[in-house]
Design a protein around this ligand. Structure first.
Ligand code: TYD
Ligand code: MG
Length: 455
């Protein structure tokens, strides 16, 4: 074996290294570095040069390739996140926290795809047949033409698939699969990678679509889905807050469609139902505009979405004030607080700041900057924003406001939900004649002065 073989790997970020350490120096996680067996143990591999391979077919870039014939599940929120349905022979990874609803979603999706004419196999490595059947009954799917297996042995699964030749196979979950070619425990990085590699390779060769379920792991005892993200065509994460019934399916990588697309679902007593108008859902708990809230007109993937930012600002008893953020980036919050202090002379020192996105959604658009600033100022000054108003715009370090993409879609969504005013960066027009009236702000100082009468 080579002296500097990197056979230790972090189960959290996948970084490899030559020796064990208690803390991964790539991602900083503790107790996540594990030893892994090399992918192909056994006799030393021959160098590639000594053995002749077969000739690979080469073609022009201009050669015609028909777009793949996708299968629509009929679950619109899922089809859109996939980029317009399931592509044949594609590999999809669905990651998420344990208990978030991955098995529920995939059983529903498998049943729908089977109903749409695909031969579908659902392999559960976590639950016994009886348990899966029980869930199917609860979901009203016991008559769906889905073939069920409860198995973890990868060799047996592949043999079965070879014989059955389905169009779609769901593996729930990849962490329970056991490939006998690798000498480490199921769930280890080596096993998860080997199993994913075998399954995706097999599926591609046989023209089968494969969906792998992966649990996100906090403790790092078993390998998380990140270690196989590069092997699949599409990576979806299923997110949500435990206490909330909303679930977001988010495409973080998609070779067949836009990334960042989201699908919104609601967990009910009879499984997941689609939320066709998520803006209404995320704003549903809102009554009269209160101090400390601002409605952001955002874009998630290809779809506009209105969400409410909520802020609380209170004097701190501590020497170091708290900065607590849920659903947005903590570093970005610090930046906005710094800009407010430096450019508008509004200090937040000595004040605890809590920022929250209603409904358990995670927002990453810089276009939300102005809505965040609005919520913070509204909380600090105890002044509610004008009613029926949406806010968007990016804040630069100088305190200037930058225009953001897709202003029109944002305004349309606002109008649809009954918001007839918008506060946005300066863009030389007061908005389209059909839409909300736009109050333009060139910079943060103007915004503070006009809306809060300060600055
Ligand atoms: P599950 O799909 O098993 O989660 P995962 O596969 O991601 O671990 O979902 C588990 C939770 O969903 C469980 O707490 C029960 C709840 N649930 C419902 O609320 N309604 C339903 O119809 C079903 C099937 C589950
Ligand atoms: Mg499950």
């Amino acid at each position: 074996m080579a002296a500097r073989a990197e056979n230790f790997r972090c189960t959290a970020c996948g970084a490899s290294r030559s020796k064990w350490s208690g803390r991964c120096d790539a991602c900083g996680a503790w107790n996540t570095v594990v030893e892994e067996a090399p992918l192909s143990a056994g006799p030393a591999r021959k160098s590639l040069g000594t053995r002749r391979g077969s000739r690979v077919e080469l073609s022009d870039l201009a050669s015609e390739e028909k777009p793949p014939a996708r299968t629509i599940s009929g679950i619109g929120e899922l089809d859109r996140v996939l980029g317009g349905g399931l592509v044949p022979a594609s590999a999809v990874l669905v990651g998420g926290d344990p208990g978030i609803g991955k098995s529920t979603l995939l059983l529903q999706a498998t049943a729908q795809f089977a109903g749409a004419g695909l031969k579908a196999v659902y392999v559960s490595g976590e639950e016994a047949r009886a348990q899966v059947r029980m869930r199917a009954r609860r979901l009203g799917l016991e008559q769906a033409p889905v073939q069920l297996a409860a198995e973890t042995n990868l060799r047996d699964i592949l043999t079965t698939l070879e014989k059955e030749r389905p169009d779609l196979v769901v593996i729930d979950s990849i962490q329970t699969m056991w490939a006998d070619s690798v000498e480490s425990a199921p769930g280890s990085v080596a096993q998860v990678r080997a199993a994913a590699h075998e399954l995706t390779g097999f599926a591609k060769r046989r023209g089968i679509s494969v969906v792998l379920v992966g649990h996100v792991t906090k403790e790092g005892q078993i390998a998380g889905p990140r270690v196989i993200e590069h092997m699949v065509d599409t990576v979806l994460y299923f997110e949500g807050e435990r206490g909330h019934q909303f679930r977001i399916l988010r495409a973080v990588k998609n070779r067949f469609g836009p990334a960042d697309e989201i699908g919104v679902f609601e967990m009910t007593g009879r499984g997941l139902t689609e939320v066709r108008n998520p803006s209404a859902l995320f704003l549903s708990e809102r009554d009269t505009p209160a101090a400390g809230t601002a409605v952001f007109a955002g874009i998630e993937g290809t779809r506009p979405l209105l969400v409410e930012f909520q802020a609380l600002v209170a004097p701190t008893p501590m020497s170091q004030p708290r900065r607590s953020v849920v659903g947005w980036d903590g570093a970005r919050l610090s930046m906005i607080l710094a800009v407010l202090e430096a450019r508008c002379a509004i200090p937040f020192s000595g004040l605890d700041v809590y920022l929250n996105v209603a409904g358990g959604l995670k927002i990453s658009e810089p276009a939300a900057d102005l809505a965040v600033a609005a919520a913070l100022l509204s909380a600090r000054e105890d002044i509610a924003l004008p009613a029926d108003t949406v806010v968007f715009g990016e804040i630069s370090l100088s305190g200037a406001l930058r225009t953001v993409a897709q202003t029109e879609s944002r305004l349309k969504e606002a109008r649809k939900l009954g918001f007839n005013k918008a506060i946005a960066p300066d863009r030389g027009s007061t908005g389209p004649s059909w839409g909300p009236r736009v109050r333009q702000m060139p910079d943060l100082v103007t915004f503070v002065g006009e809306i809060f009468g300060a600055g």
